[in-house]
Design a binder for this molecule. Structure first.
Ligand code: 2RA
Length: 330
């Protein structure tokens, strides 16, 4: 399988290369791709150096699949060009996610909807992915009515420049341009992506809308507050879920503990609960602090953490490609 990684020099691009190597995806040729200013740079894959090529050259090299993580406008312009010559695109930006003609895929939930006709496939938003991975088995068992989520999101979700801002502030340096409108170190910003007319941010509405699309159920109500915090290991989420049917807390824990891709870390007496510092670099979604909401029936609280660059981006994208390959859809 010839695989192009578009945006290979970015944080997610680098992680895609690592995940492809770690999972031993059968890559016959890796094609790192980026915009003009990065062409000629070297990136590492399986211990060897590869030279970054431009978009036109990448199309000419005819990869079977291109994993894009190069931002929405690049994707809107270039994904159709790749797809037009038969290259399957898995896109990590928000460009195609809510397009009704495109699938928005978390493999363990809705990969079964994919066909060989799907030439541009959208990878969901990081904060949505980790939440729906946990919601899905519980929805099957108890049927989810409503979710109230507050996020605590890593600066890596913004990209390299934001990580640089955090560490420059921490070291008292002023040589780095700020990407946030306020200080991020020793601070918390209740603001991710742009504000919309309804008072919510675009990140918040991604969680609302993408959840319904991935879970193939428009009846699930979601309300979100998304917040940036000065951490780099992953995104954390306090999630309150109201079910149609009642549940048993121990049964919920068992369901989640037995689900592939989820790790239950729920032993508060011994201070065991998910934290971004432990999720960093891992492919799984971690869940803990599971307890009944004592203020209303059929409702539960939990804490969900995942490395946003892994399951929230690179790992999920590679898993989509693995599914396509395994089912002869590329
Ligand atoms: C963030 N959700 O964390 C974004 C990245 N896709 O800002």
């Amino acid at each position: 399988m010839k695989v192009a990684v578009v945006g290979a020099t970015g944080l997610v691009g680098g992680e895609i290369l690592k995940v492809l190597a770690e999972r031993n995806f059968p890559v016959t040729e890796i094609i790192p791709v980026a915009s003009e200013r990065s062409v000629g740079k070297q990136v590492e894959f399986k211990g060897k150096q590869y030279t970054v090529v431009g978009f036109d050259d990448a199309i000419k090299m005819q990869p079977n699949v291109a994993i894009f993580s190069a931002g929405g406008s690049t994707s809107l312009e270039l994904a159709p060009k790749f797809a037009a010559v038969g290259i399957t695109v898995v896109d990590n930006s928000s460009a195609w996610r809510m397009d009704p003609t495109k699938k928005l895929v978390v493999p363990e939930i809705n990969a079964f909807t994919l066909t060989s006709e799907d030439k541009i496939i959208a990878n969901p938003n990081c904060s949505t992915i980790q939440m729906v991975v946990v919601m899905n088995p519980l929805h099957k068992k108890y049927k989810i009515k409503r979710v109230v989520v507050s996020t605590y999101q890593s600066v890596t979700g913004t990209g390299k420049a934001a990580v640089d801002q955090l560490f420059a502030e921490r070291e008292g340096r002023t040589d780095v341009p700020a990407v946030y409108p306020h200080k991020i170190d020793l601070n918390v910003l209740p603001h991710i992506d742009v504000f919309l007319d309804n008072g919510y941010t675009k990140e918040e509405m991604k969680m609302v809308n993408e959840t319904k699309k991935i879970m193939l159920d428009d009846s699930i109500a979601v309300t979100a507050t998304t917040v940036r915090i000065p951490t780099i290991g992953g995104h954390s989420e306090a999630v309150n879920i109201e079910f149609e049917n009642d549940f048993d807390v121990e049964e919920v824990k068992n369901i989640l503990a037995n689900e592939e891709g989820i790790i239950l870390q729920d032993d508060p007496k011994n201070f065991v609960y998910p934290m971004p510092i432990n999720a960093h670099g891992k492919d799984e979604v971690f869940v803990g602090r599971i307890r009944r909401d004592e203020t209303q029936p059929n409702t539960i609280n939990m804490w969900i953490v995942a490395d946003n660059l892994r399951k929230g981006a690179a790992t999920n994208a590679v898993q989509i490609v693995e599914y396509l390959a395994k089912n002869n859809l590329i």
